[in-house]
Design a protein around this ligand. Sequence first.
Ligand code: DGP
Length: 111
Amino acid sequence: MENCLFCRIASGEIPSNKVYEDEKVLAFRDIDPQAPVHVLLIPKQHFNDILEADGETIAYMHSVVKLIVKDLGIDESGFRLVVNTGADGMQSVKHLHMHILGGRSMQWPPG
Ligand code: DGP
């Protein structure tokens, strides 16, 4: 989608620090990390948010989350998976993304 930041990252037009990539999804380091591990996982297909996305896409992303947390060594220590949605969810980039946060104890509720 034109002018979508994460579509431009997915296409490689804007560089990112990649953690995982295949034909359907891309995972890359967040530019403003909130934890020692802070990765964003996006579908390459544009969905504004999780409400727009189909279950097959979410299921696929879930399978990739499992690979990523194992690869980054936070599968056993634990992690937080966050999908900010809409205005009250403080979603700033309108392309579905999952935040994978780990490497430290995560407080709740988040600040
Ligand atoms: P959210 O607030 O849930 O929409 O999160 C958007 C995240 O995207 C935020 O944590 C910062 C990150 N971000 C914004 N622009 C860029 C960028 O150009 N590159 C990378 N790697 N991350 C970005």
